[in-house]
Each structure stands twice: as C-alpha cells, then as structure tokens.
Design a binder for this molecule. Structure first.
Ligand code: SF4
Length: 433
C-alpha cells in the first residue's frame, strides 16, 4: 500500500495584502518569493516508499477533499494562524498532522493543540523517524534532534517541488540558498539563535555551490539571505569568499539576485571582499535595518555619529557598484514621532532608489518578544497580524496609531518622488511589499 505525505506551506498576509492602498501608491511590482527551505529539505530526506505531494497554499488548493496519510505543515509566525486552521481541517478528515518550523518551535504549547506531533528546531535529524512512527501509529507529541544537524550530510533541497508550482502570476526569479545555520549573536528582533542554535555552523562550500548550480539548471537565481556570511574573520566569511570565487569562475552562468547584509557589516568588509562580490556578479544588497546599532541610532535625531555611519555604509555599497535595497524598521524603543521624517530625509540624501518599510514586530523566540511580554506591552497574540505590517505592541515614544500612520507615510513619502520606477523593467522595479 502506498504511503502518502503532503507538505503544506500555509499562506500569510504581506504589506500590500494588509494595506491594499500601497498597490496604488508604490510604482513597483510585488516580490512574491518562493517558500523557505524547510519543506524542500524535509522532502529530500523522505524515504522512497513515501509518495510526496507539495501544496503551496498561497497559490493553490491544499486538497482537503483528498487527505493523505500524513500532512507536514511548516510555518513561521505570520502563517501560524492559517497553519493551525489547516491542521485542524486535515485532522478532522483523518490525516496525521505534523507541524514544524519557527512558530511550532517557539510556541509549542499552542501549536501542539492542533497537531499530532511537533518537530522542534531542525527537523532533518528526526524526520524519517517521524514518518515511521506516523505509519505505525506511534507518533510522539514532540520530536527534537538531540544534536545540531551536520549540514555537510544534507542532501540538496527539493526546490523542484517549489518551481513546479509556478504559474502565470507566480514565477519567482530566485529561490533561497542556505549557507549556514544558527548564530552566536543576540539581536533583539531575530529568532534564528532560538530556533537554529547559538553556534554558527557553516555549510561546506560545495553544498552552497551545488544548490546554486541546481537553481541555475532551472534558469533561476539564488538569493543569499544570511548576514552571517559577512562576519569578519569567521569561518563562515572565509567559506563565503570561496563560494564567491567559485561563482566568479563560472562567469555569467551562476547568478545571485541579492545578498543579505547590515550597515555595520558593509563597513567591516575589506576592499578585497568587495572585489570578490563584484567578480561573482553581485549587484544588490538586501540591506536590513533595525537590528543593528547604526540603524537603531541613526534616525533618532540624537546620534549624529550613527547617522554619519549610515551614510557611509550606503555610500560604500554604491561606490563598490552594489545597490543597497534598504529595509527600514520603525517602532524601536529609541524611535519618536520624528523618526519617519528623518528616515525619508536620509533616504533622499543617500540617493536610495528602492526601499521597504516594516513595523517592529516582536516575534516569539526573539529577545524583543520576551521583553515586551514581561512588561505587558503586547497588544494581542493574533499571529496573522504579526507580519511587519501591523502594530502589535505599545511603542515607547508614540501611540500605536501614530506608528501605523508613520509606516504608511514612509511608503507613500518615499515612492512619491520615484514614480519613474514604473517605467523600468520588471526586475528593476520589483520590491518586497
Ligand atoms: S540578525 Fe543576523 S546577526 Fe543578528 S542574531 Fe540574527 S542571524 Fe545573528
């Protein structure tokens, strides 16, 4: 008898779903990217006697009328409400439901009420056991790998499952490639250390290369989202440099759409690393703000040193020929009502072409969440509204309403003077909103 497992990636709301008026005021295409790699890795490790099916809830029906033996739902917090709703529906139809990903790992009690089993943290080390237990009706409520996964032992993620879902309106030109797991730092808004561990583990260069090569065969680019690649003097940075060289050696065939970085890390890189980035054809940074000391101070109106460093970071990227597509986060403890004007002034003076704006969101698993929960400042735990586009906590120096208004003013104010973007080609005018 064939055994059937269905992987489900639940839908969630993005900026323009919550605020449809952004589609009128922002002259750009919405970036609609592929799922995170959790499902693709789990699928790659599924034994051959299981028949695999993947459903992307964002673009297709999840097949409730045809429930398989096992449903594996992977979710981060913005998709958690939908994930639990789907889990209930599949269980009511007789499927065994296993949930994993960031949300179940950080909120196991809540997620556990909707699943037959949870996989906490990295799932690869326990996945075959979970499937065997599901088949023999001996599922345990919780599975957690005893030790961190050896990235070297991982097979290539099954991104073919994601690419197979593309259609006329959903066709990402890039998919994520994972170069490391875990992080030893403790940024207040980041859940990576809590979910993937507090040690930075580096994937072998060959693993990164083979992932990029695999995407190249599908005509897709790779996005390298991890800022950890730039940690000065680290093993990860050395491996990243080697990866860049290998990409550069292959000329224009292997393509990278962007690399994630922060302002302090731009300033910490050597000219030699920038030369290697250029040789690998990197032309865009996803420059994430709001986590690091420079962007936390630069727009407060009181920290001229950080403001200067922010300008230096953007200038450095531009001088090195890499466009800094910048993500600004508002609502930090330091932010008062003047932060919105100051960010707009900075963006204009720095000459930023494209940017996105996000509201600080205290996701479970982050130090920020613990602090705001303890101080009674969380407004609710409606997880569907934890998505960077809603205010879910009481800010320190303004009202929640003012923060929301300011966030919308940022989108409008920034793009008011950039209407010309609408005339550019699709890639040049695509942003995440
Ligand atoms: S934001 Fe980056 S540097 Fe900070 S904890 Fe997360 S992975 Fe580490």
């Amino acid at each position: 008898m064939s055994r059937r497992v269905r992987f489900v990636y639940p839908r969630f709301s993005r900026h323009a779903d919550v605020h449809p008026e952004l589609r009128e005021t922002v002259p750009c295409n919405e970036y609609f990217g592929g799922p995170s790699l959790g499902i693709a890795y789990r699928a790659a490790m599924t034994p051959a006697d299981w028949q695999i099916d993947f459903r992307d809830d964002r673009v297709e029906d999840v097949g409730l009328e045809d429930p398989p033996d096992v449903v594996a739902i992977s979710s981060f917090t913005p998709a958690a409400t939908r994930a639990m709703e789907l889990a209930d529906s599949f269980r009511a139809r007789g499927s065994k439901v296993v949930m994993g990903g960031i949300f179940p790992t950080t909120c196991p009690v809540e997620a556990g009420r909707h699943a037959d089993a949870l996989v906490l943290g990295e799932g690869e080390g326990v996945w075959t056991r979970v499937l065997a237990d599901a088949w023999s009706n001996t599922l345990q409520p919780i599975y957690r790998s005893g030790c961190p996964v050896d990235i070297e032992s991982l097979p290539l993620p099954r991104v073919d499952l994601y690419i197979g879902k593309e259609n006329g309106s959903y066709c990402p030109d890039d998919y994520p490639v994972q170069l490391s797991r875990g992080c030893m730092l403790n940024c207040s808004s980041c859940a990576i250390p809590a979910v993937l561990g507090r040690t930075l583990r580096t994937a072998p260069v060959s693993h990164g290369l083979r992932q990029i090569q695999q995407l190249e065969e599908y005509g897709k680019m790779a996005c390298l989202t991890e800022d950890t690649s730039f940690f000065p003097g680290s093993r990860q940075q050395r491996a990243f440099g080697e990866l860049l060289d290998a990409i550069g050696d292959r000329g224009a065939r292997m393509r990278v759409s962007y690399v994630g970085i922060s302002m302090p890390l731009i300033l910490a890189q050597t000219p030699e690393l920038f030369a290697r980035l250029r040789r690998a054809g990197i032309t865009m940074f996803y420059l994430v703000g709001g986590f690091d000391p420079i962007t936390r101070g630069a727009f407060t109106g009181r920290d001229t040193k950080s403001l200067k460093r922010a300008h230096d970071a953007v200038r450095r990227a531009m001088d090195e020929g890499i466009e800094p597509y910048t993500s600004f986060l508002v609502g930090n403890e330091e932010d008062d009502e003047g932060v919105f004007e100051r960010i707009l002034e900075f963006a204009d003076r720095a000459g930023l072409k494209k940017a996105e704006f996000a509201i600080r969101t205290p996701y479970p698993g982050t130090p920020d969440h613990d602090v705001l929960l303890r101080s009674g400042r969380l407004l609710h735990t409606d997880w569907a509204r934890y998505n960077d586009a809603n205010v879910v906590f009481r800010p320190a120096r303004m009202t929640p309403e003012r923060l929301l208004r300011g966030y919308l003013e940022l989108w409008r104010g920034f793009y008011r003077s950039r209407a010309g973007l609408a005339d550019l080609d699709a890639r040049a005018r695509t942003i995440q909103f």
